[in-house]
Design a protein. Structure first.
Length: 165
């Protein structure tokens, strides 16, 4: 009887893993109902000293949101800006909220350094689903958020190009 139970549990585990969608599969599904006020690429009009307690509060309910800590002196950020512009043509239902952390714009201030989400690099990417649940985030030297964002953008752009053929 024990062996049967072990095989049942093992079988259910394999079945669950086979049908579970990955993060990128979930991100590939566009949101049908959204407003222009929710989506699009814009700087969060927030001074670092007035940032919400958590980046989650920058996420828009109802759409996937990319919270993006941006530095104008970062070549990776500038390239990512160009890639995001192309991506949003294909996926206008995605919200991108950029928080400036550039010197001269209150960047690198005590507010950014002491922020609840520790920002170790630029760009620093956090991706939230339409319910404000954190899907992926950059932490220390782990660029999980940026890696997922780049894979997602590439897949969406490839998918769009293949539709046109």
């Amino acid at each position: 009887m024990k062996h049967v139970m072990v095989f049942v549990v093992l079988g259910l585990s394999i079945y669950f893993l086979a049908i579970k969608k990955s993060d990128i599969d979930l991100l590939m599904v566009p949101v049908a109902n959204y407003s222009e006020a929710q989506a699009g690429n814009r700087f969060a009009d927030v001074m670092p000293s007035q940032l919400p307690i958590t980046p989650k509060l920058l996420a828009e309910v109802g759409v996937v949101t990319v919270v993006y800590f941006h530095d104008e002196n970062c070549s990776g950020c500038l390239q990512l800006d160009r890639n995001i512009a192309d991506f949003l043509v294909v996926r206008p239902d995605v919200a991108v909220r950029k928080v400036s952390m550039s010197p001269g714009k209150n960047g690198y201030s005590d507010a950014i350094r002491d922020y609840q989400w520790k920002i170790y690099m630029a760009p620093c990417i956090l991706i939230f689903d339409k319910n404000r649940k954190l899907i992926a985030a950059d932490e220390k030297t782990n660029a999980t958020g940026q890696d997922l964002l780049e894979k997602w953008m590439a897949r969406e752009l490839d998918h769009s190009a293949n539709k046109k053929i």
